[in-house]
Write a protein that binds this ligand. Sequence first.
Ligand SMILES: [Zn+2]
Length: 568
Amino acid sequence: MRKFFLFIFLYIILGGGQAQVNYNPLQEWIDEHSGAYVTLKLSSQEEVQKLLYTYSIERGDIKKIGDQYQVKVWLGQRDLPQFISENLPYEIDEESYLSPALTMATTMGQMSSWNRYPTYGLYLEMMQYYQSQYPNRCVLDTILLQTQLNHTILAAKIGRLDDGVENKPAFFYSATMHGDELCGYVLMLRLMDYMLTNQSNPIVSQILDQVDLYICPLENPDGTFPSNNNSVAGSIRYNAEGLDLNRSYPVAGYSQQPEPSLTEVAAMIDFIDRNQIMMAVNLHGGAELYNYPWDRYTTNQNPHPDRLWWLEIGNRFLDTVRAHSTYYYFTDQGGITNGGDWYVIYGSRLDCFNYYHQCRDATIEISSSKKTPSSYLPTYWNYLYRSLLNYVLEASYGIVGTVTDSLTHAPLEATVLIVAHDIQQTMVNSMLPSGKYHRPVAAGTYSVNFSAPGYHSKTFTVTVNSQTQQVLNVELAPINDAVDHWTLDRSIQLYPNPVKDLLCVRDRSEIVQKKQISIFNNLGAQIYQSDFDSETIEVEVSQHPAGVYYCVIQTETETVVRKFVKFR
Ligand SMILES: [Zn+2]
């Protein structure tokens, strides 16, 4: 291996005193290691935030030292031209490549103390082992059969697979989407093992009963094993194409989800849709904290509608961690943060899942080190496993029930929307074949609207307590044109939709009744409100930006919510 001078900036001094940074050592390092961590020193938070828009940076790798910000940036081959054009002095962070204590295991026996990293081959063997050993509790699901480097992305579904209960809330843990953040890889395998070998433990039993738990220990195998399937020492952040999986998801905030550009991302989106995953966690390393949505907005810009719920469940996770670890563990950003309040990033999985897929995904950073020495792995497990188990059950709390047809009692696929709350795609749907829905939400009183095409919608007032299930089973009556009189749901029409300038809201019922109309943008802000008792009201929307909006029409007895799209 070539030797480089560390912690010395290499300059070629040009005539006028303008220092030109020498990028040859960096180029050589990247050629040899499929990428490089470099350390930069910046003088303001604005400069750091600008860098985050361009490069792949784990937010835990930003350290404030005195007045300066020290930032560790991962650079792949394709980042180099841009990086060179910035002419920033850098140091290659060689320490990130010293991995003295990453002991590997090649047999199941060597994993008995959970203080080694399994080789890729052993990983596959372990996944297969759990499925064959516990066929009624564990079944494998292939997220992506073949990556560019010929690896497979797998998930195990764990639960009482033989109890015949359909549509339990589906919870998904995954680790190591940044291939060099290794701790979660072993912790997730160990969580599978714990679930399957401690089935009489009360909390394990409760999870098996109530939740379908999916676990993917290795979300980016190409990054963890880029050149050698028998060692994690050479693991890198990116996938084989040199891209950061957690910056490559469709960006949240559009009326329609942009096409995913990476195979791994498309496969993962397909997986969570196919299994109707309603809650998820992606585990990282490089910091120690719980990170809830959004990643692309600060709380001031756009608080998540369920912010109180995120704080409630995040703090429960944190409290249990604190009770079982040392005082300095899990303290970055106070241990819990909205992603954007930490630093704003675009294209995170969390934003995409939450915004487009009704999946409540959080990022949990579990170890300050990325390539965690293998001997520390049992310590992290002891710090975390109780919190990891308890957190799964959060998916089972809140408002739950079934939605059925009032005449046939057939289960329905209905939209369950909390009025004037679910304004950023946070509504849930009841699922087939059972008609069940699960709506975790912070303790409080809510107005919940149930609607399905061809049915009269209904709205109920529901009070929910913390960590309990509030059961609300709903029957919706089919619309029968020959018999039914006008209801608000049937009579309200919005047009044109999409709209550019003038939105018309029409009540076709010809019944004179007092109605209130409110319009919310998709950031949750009310942008219009008025009363009307005429047939039609026109609302000028030309001054508002393009995007998705919600129109709520209320009478004394009924509430109707309609979505519309404003274009430029
Ligand atoms: Zn990460």
